[in-house]
Design a protein around this ligand. Sequence first.
Ligand code: HEM
Length: 219
Amino acid sequence: MIRKQILRYTANQRTNHWLVAILFFMAGLSGLALFHPALFWLNNLFGGGPWTRILHPFMGVVMFVFFLGLVVQFWRANYFIDNDRLWLRRIDRVMKNEEEGVPAIGKYNPGQKLLFWTLLLCMVALLFTGLVIWRAYFSEYFGITTIRWAMLLHALAGFVLILSIIVHIYAGIWIKGSVNAMLHGWVSRAWAKKHHELWCREVTREERPRSDPPLSKKG
Ligand code: HEM
């Protein structure tokens, strides 16, 4: 029997994703509270200044660990394939919602893939620079110049991460059905075919009766 719905995310993957999202907001807001006096009021969310300073690095480390869970599961699906280059060259058509001449893509589009690797880079940078500037445990092992550079890079990586997540959330809302997939796990066959045709063919291949002709390629 051919099912109308396709599973895009398992319950474990969804739980993992939303835990990272919650931790991102907690680590992000506490980080902003420590970043500039104008944002100091945000520390009220975490029990005051000292608590914010104590909790922020722990929230960051936990976020990193859960994020690694996403990386392990989605790593392969974010490798670039040949069609991705053409898709990027035709980005103007994608933005205009045109389908003509836009190549079929896999589980993620090149924009999502670029974002994935950017997130990973930011997370790794935040972890290492964060350890260097973690006064309570590690800063004593580093010189003041290293600590200053680490602080600058930490703020920079945090800034890029926040911007990337704003783009990520916007894109998720823009492509109707995406947020639902991350909430409930399922997408319609039509959604999969429209947005991720190669992935759709891959996951539905086993379901088609042997006599079926293969799905034709888009020009
Ligand atoms: C409120 C915040 C967030 C929303 C609304 C959101 C929404 C989504 C949606 C809808 C998808 C599914 C996209 C698809 O299947 O095509 C997704 C995937 C994903 N999200 Fe989020 N997300 C949020 C926060 C985050 C954060 C903070 C991170 C990590 C720092 C993150 C990392 C990912 C990753 C790695 C994927 C899989 C896509 C890939 O591997 O390329 N998300 N998100």
